[in-house]
Ligand binder design. Sequence first.
Ligand SMILES: C[S@@+](CC[C@H](N)C(=O)[O-])C[C@H]1O[C@@H](n2cnc3c(N)ncnc32)[C@H](O)[C@@H]1O
Length: 241
Amino acid sequence: MNCSRAGTPQPDKGAFVRDMFAKIAPRYDTANRVISAGLDEGWRKRAIALLAPPKGGRVLDLCCGTGDVVFHLLRIDPSLDVTGVDFCEPMLENARRRATHEARGKATFVEADVMTLPFEDRAFDGATMGFSMRNVVDIDATLREIRRVLRPGARFVNLDMSKAPNKLWKALFGVYFYRIVPLIGGVVGGSHQAYSYLPNSLTNHPNAEALRERFEKAGFQNSGFVRLMGGAIAIHYGTAA
Ligand SMILES: C[S@@+](CC[C@H](N)C(=O)[O-])C[C@H]1O[C@@H](n2cnc3c(N)ncnc32)[C@H](O)[C@@H]1O
């Protein structure tokens, strides 16, 4: 594994991220709920409300992990045909297991890298991504690839950590995120190292406005974002041109 002292990935970021999620997959869901104090469920619902997919539409959930966004989509609208994509097989195994009792509609899981999606152009009526844009090797290439598989007029909604604009709140949140999350991750999630990387992945991530501009650059129109938790979380959206 290519990892520096601070837990920051070196050049082979994709392999590092995949190995890390494989390690934390068994306890990922529990750690998520504890770290977000259960609030992540509400954030996912807000993101899906912004997607507003058409009845019976084909929706792609990128970096689906254990399927949280996929199952939320299907709970909200069982008529949807939802495909989850992730490159970490142990995370997908959990998603498939959960699907046997949580999927009230059609859920398909595909192992693939979101930077090279195995789908035709314009195949989907909407796409989501939860807590993952910080992990991809190339944000611009990923956004272009997502736009490629969306039909013109379809929306992409991205829910992720972000940088709070208020300095005091940013500092307070930083203490939680950079100091306390790794401790909780060590105890509940089973890997202090992995939960040290996850906050660090935010450090070099664009701020909310800069990420919105990257949406436009990749060919999304009418882009915008909604800040949650004082901006520590953001939901970005854009419409495929
Ligand atoms: C923090 S988890 C988020 C999982 C889920 N979306 C959620 O909201 O709980 C990040 C996921 O992104 C996946 N991932 C990261 N980079 C990826 C890539 N380039 N292609 C496919 N999956 C990727 C990881 O394997 C992991 O399952």
